[in-house]
Design a protein. Structure first.
Length: 319
């Protein structure tokens, strides 16, 4: 058996609340899930900290309800978390004595640029006006606080995207003077966003399954901090947490039919104090036959890697 920790999202409550339906949504959510009231003075609050011994502090933060509270943090800049939750999170992070600090929230934290490909890439891949990309100042301030206060071992856990994003979190991932995507130097945290278990992926939005390597290549070229991407398959993630590292596993499966097939698509590591995903030396592929597409994860890789091979014809593969 596995314990569940619940956090509402747009499928649980009316999009764009609070409004006249807020109380009804909140009442139904709490009746249907094991979600007690965490603050007697604020029944809408769902953000909280769960301490899992000296190893892990799990921070459950809420961007669904608070993004409509319209707290201003600068002229023309609204808060995503709301000022009370933002200040609470900074204080908890600064005083946490746990080895690992996990920040669970509903939306993708990492910047995701699709500049130049807006008409080509389907909606929901980058450019999401409800994600952290629309609240860049608050994301910048949060990462700057983590860096300034020398807070190590922060991992953001995210959902909602219906595809896989594993990324470093430098303050500015597009500034090669402050962030080296080959080594990870300059990153102050990481993000782990596994795929959806059963909801639609990019191939169900009009993009052919065989186009996955091309889409990954485009996204990685535009976003140097992205360490591993996968757009087409359903799946889930597992974290194996140890004192010296976190092993993040991406498991993928075919949710379109009833089956027991699943496979380990990526086996990634975050080392204690590194604040970026583990790198090794470069592996390369000399050539790919016509009518086939091939990709290797992670790239660069060294002692272990995974090969995805997509073809339009039947042929034996020799490795």
């Amino acid at each position: 058996m596995h314990p569940f920790i619940y956090l509402w999202d747009n499928h649980d409550v009316k999009q764009g609340f609070p409004d006249s339906t807020t109380d009804i949504c909140r009442k139904v959510y709490r009746e249907m899930t094991p979600s007690p009231v965490f603050d007697s003075s604020d029944h809408a609050r769902v953000y909280r900290k769960i301490s899992l011994g000296p190893m892990v502090d799990l921070f459950i933060i809420d961007v669904q309800y608070t993004r409509n509270n319209r707290d201003s943090i600068a002229p023309g800049e609204e808060s995503y978390l709301g000022i009370p939750q933002y200040n609470w999170l900074l204080n908890e992070l600064q005083h946490s004595t746990a080895k690992w600090k996990l920040l669970a929230n509903q939306k993708m934290f990492s910047p995701f640029s699709i500049q130049g490909y807006e008409s080509f890439i389907p909606g929901g891949v980058g450019g999401d006006d409800k994600s952290w990309d629309s609240y860049q100042l608050e994301r910048h301030n949060l990462l700057t606080f983590i860096q300034t206060n020398h807070i190590n071992n922060v991992m953001v856990l995210s959902g909602d995207a219906h595809f896989v994003v594993v990324s470093d979190e430098p303050i500015d991932p597009y500034d090669s003077l402050t962030y080296n995507h080959n080594t990870g130097a300059g990153s102050v945290a990481v993000e782990f966003l596994p795929s959806a278990i059963s909801s639609s992926n990019i191939d169900e939005r009009g993009i052919p399954y065989s186009f996955d390597p091309t889409l990954v290549s485009i996204a990685e070229g535009l976003n140097p901090h992205h360490f591993y991407l996968e757009f087409m398959d359903n799946g889930y993630g597992i974290l194996n947490i140890k004192p010296d590292s976190i092993n993040a596993q991406v498991w993928l499966l075919d949710a379109r039919t009833i089956n027991t097939n699943q496979y380990l698509a990526a086996n990634l590591f975050l080392d204690d104090g590194a604040n970026h995903w583990r790198r090794s030396t470069v592996s390369s592929i000399n050539s790919v036959p016509k009518n086939y597409a091939i990709s290797v994860y992670p790239n660069p890789s060294h002692d272990m890697f995974y090969v995805k091979w997509l073809g339009t014809e039947t042929e034996n593969i020799h490795i």
